[in-house]
Design a protein around this ligand. Structure first.
Ligand SMILES: Cc1cc2nc3c(=O)[nH]c(=O)nc-3n(C[C@H](O)[C@H](O)[C@H](O)COP(=O)(O)OP(=O)(O)OC[C@H]3O[C@@H](n4cnc5c(N)ncnc54)[C@H](O)[C@@H]3O)c2cc1C
Ligand SMILES: O=C(O)[C@@H]1CCCC=N1
Length: 386
């Protein structure tokens, strides 16, 4: 095996590619992780200080996966001696008769510890928040904040300690499928028995070299931070939780937020959708329709915040038609594995996605039923040029 030959190449060093490479190296596979930008970078979907981790979902299979995933997060924290998770709880609010009931039932069915907040007790538990008319509320007590940038640094570092190779600043410009896959970057040619593509918003650009296109939509998210009128009101140290406001008449998509933490006095609150973008032209997309919706919501429900964003950063979602992930083998090249379409909720699953993509690439039976994540569910949408 020459120095350019690997057991496996992973394209894309976001959260999913980094955890996949780490799992492969743990399994003694000679692994190369390729990244187009110089690391760390803020051009994809995994950058920024924080993400929400939660078991509160409307589908049992996500809640099940999170059971093990919490353990994997904790193992990584111990292994690397670093803090990646802070428990804050997650306040779930939503119209009483809508999705809220589905979240509640999933949590109850799976015996996740929750606290139901009757309307008359709400403000005593959650000061500075107005519960919308007709909404109910509960807290998923297992939920919290993940330190995102720190996670990437940690998992990439652990991968390298295991002998894994990262080559950043190496955009992949061609893939030649075959029993040995050839991957060409702007500055090198590498070969491997197996390939994993975890290219986030660029998934379809990479997949076009393999004759496959998935129904993925890339969306720019305005990551908004809002100033506390009284410093500390929504602070993580004062035990303010993360929250999700489920979709309602007023806002057709979820609104979610994290307590003030990374930028003192500023709380992160975002809308769970945005405008379509070309990932290479993200900053040309200037739509702010989501910010108007957030301003109205914050004025009504978070009276302790100034309803004008103090900081707006950018991030991208890569969304599938059903918002479920793609975790599958390539339909025509079984030594190519695809992890894509994390639809704005994939970070918390990084450790389990890494494990599953590693299993798929090694031809092992995956630890979970992957039918919700298979490419064939898009039969009507996916185009194969083969
Ligand atoms: C604002 C925002 C808030 C979010 N909040 C949450 C949350 O609270 N909880 C949660 O669980 N999830 C959340 N998510 C979703 C989560 O962050 C994403 O699902 C996850 O980061 C996707 O990771 P990825 O590895 O698939 O993509 P990316 O992080 O984009 O990684 C893909 C990588 O591939 C590289 N690449 C692409 N093309 C090439 C090429 N040709 N050659 C080499 N490298 C290439 C890219 O440069 C990039 O680094 C949020 C996302 C956003 C944007
Ligand atoms: O995945 C998450 O927890 C966040 C909040 C809800 C919407 C998407 N991302």
């Amino acid at each position: 095996m020459s120095s350019q030959d690997y057991d496996c190449i992973v394209i894309g060093a976001g959260v999913q590619g980094s955890f996949t490479a780490y799992n492969l190296a743990k399994n003694n596979k000679k692994t190369l992780l390729l990244e187009q930008f110089v690391l760390p970078h803020s051009r994809g979907s995994s950058h920024g200080q924080t993400r929400i981790i939660r078991k509160a979902y409307d589908e049992d299979y996500y809640t099940h996966m999170m059971e093990e995933c919490y353990q994997l997060w904790s193992q990584l924290e111990k292994e690397a001696n670093v803090k990646l998770y802070r428990r804050t709880g997650l306040l779930v609010m939503g119209p009483e008769q809508g999705d809220y009931q589905v979240f509640k039932s999933t949590l109850e069915r799976n015996k996740v510890p929750i606290v139901i907040l009757p309307r008359e007790e709400f403000s005593q538990h959650i000061p500075h928040v107005n519960l919308s008319q007709g909404n109910a509320a509960l807290v998923d007590t297992t939920a919290g904040v993940l330190y995102a940038d720190r996670t990437l640094k940690t998992v990439q570092g652990q991968f390298q300690k295991l002998g894994g190779v990262i080559k950043d600043g190496q955009k992949v410009i061609d893939i030649t499928p075959g029993s040995v896959v050839t991957v060409t970057t702007v500055s090198g040619v590498y070969r491997a028995k197996r390939l994993v593509i975890t290219a986030g918003p660029w998934a379809n650009t990479l997949l076009s070299h393999t004759g496959l296109q998935l129904p993925l939509q890339v969306i720019k998210i305005n990551v908004c931070y809002w100033r506390e009128k009284i410093p500390g009101s929504y602070n993580v140290q004062h035990r303010f939780p993360c929250f999700i406001q489920l979709e309602s008449e007023e806002a057709k998509h979820h609104i979610y937020g994290l307590p003030s933490n990374e930028y003192p006095g500023l709380m992160k609150i975002c809308y769970h959708t945005g405008a379509e973008t070309d990932p290479d032209e993200r900053d040309r997309q200037t739509d702010r329709g989501d910010i108007d919706i957030l301003q109205r919501y914050i004025t009504r429900c978070f009276p302790g915040l100034v309803p004008i964003p103090a900081v707006v950063e950018s991030c991208m979602y890569t969304v599938t038609p059903d918002s479920h992930f793609v975790l599958d083998l390539h339909p025509t090249h079984s030594n190519i594995v695809i992890g894509a379409g994390f639809s704005g909720h994939g970070f918390k699953f990084g450790p389990i996605v890494g494990k599953l993509l590693c299993e798929l690439s090694q031809g092992e039976v995956p630890s979970y039923d992957l039918s919700p994540f298979r490419i064939r569910r898009f039969q009507a949408h996916s185009k194969s040029a083969l």
